[in-house]
Design a binder for this molecule. Structure first.
Ligand SMILES: [Zn+2]
Length: 142
């Protein structure tokens, strides 16, 4: 962790405070390009947008995938006020971003929440219907 990393993390924490002040959950993220330029910033807007996916990390991953070429994305760092959740971690993997630096870990975040809060696991069943389900997929990945 460099001084620059800490400086950009402090900006992510500012964005988290700004999100909270605006009536949203307290999380913020930014992208810093290969030359140290801030490329984009976002705060959580899941309450004001009424959108459960409006996490700043997901917004930044989508922005990176849309706006950056592969090489630039791979040399871009996401700074975020908290360790990305599972939804955002999946999007970050698909975005091509090269690095994530976070302030609070998920464990530290959970320690700040009331006991018993969080999301219940949803039962998932499968696999099933292999012979039918594989048809639209076969040959797609070359
Ligand atoms: Zn998330």
């Amino acid at each position: 962790m460099t001084d620059d990393d800490e400086r950009f993390l402090r900006r992510a924490i500012e964005l988290a405070a700004k999100a909270r002040a605006g009536g949203n959950p307290p999380f913020g993220s930014l992208l810093v390009g290969p030359d140290g330029t801030v490329l984009a910033e976002a705060g959580n807007t899941s309450l004001t947008d009424d959108d459960i996916t409006a996490h700043p990390e997901l917004k930044m991953a989508r922005w990176a995938a849309r706006e950056l070429d592969q090489d630039t994305a791979a040399r871009t760092t996401m700074y975020t006020s908290c360790q990305p959740c599972g939804m955002c971690a999946g999007a970050i993997e698909r975005s091509g971003l090269g690095r994530v630096v976070f302030a609070l870990s998920s464990e530290q975040l959970n320690a700040l929440k009331p006991a018993g809060s969080g999301f219940p696991r949803v039962p998932a069943e499968g696999p099933a219907l292999w012979e039918e389900a594989r048809v639209p997929v076969e040959g797609y990945y070359q």
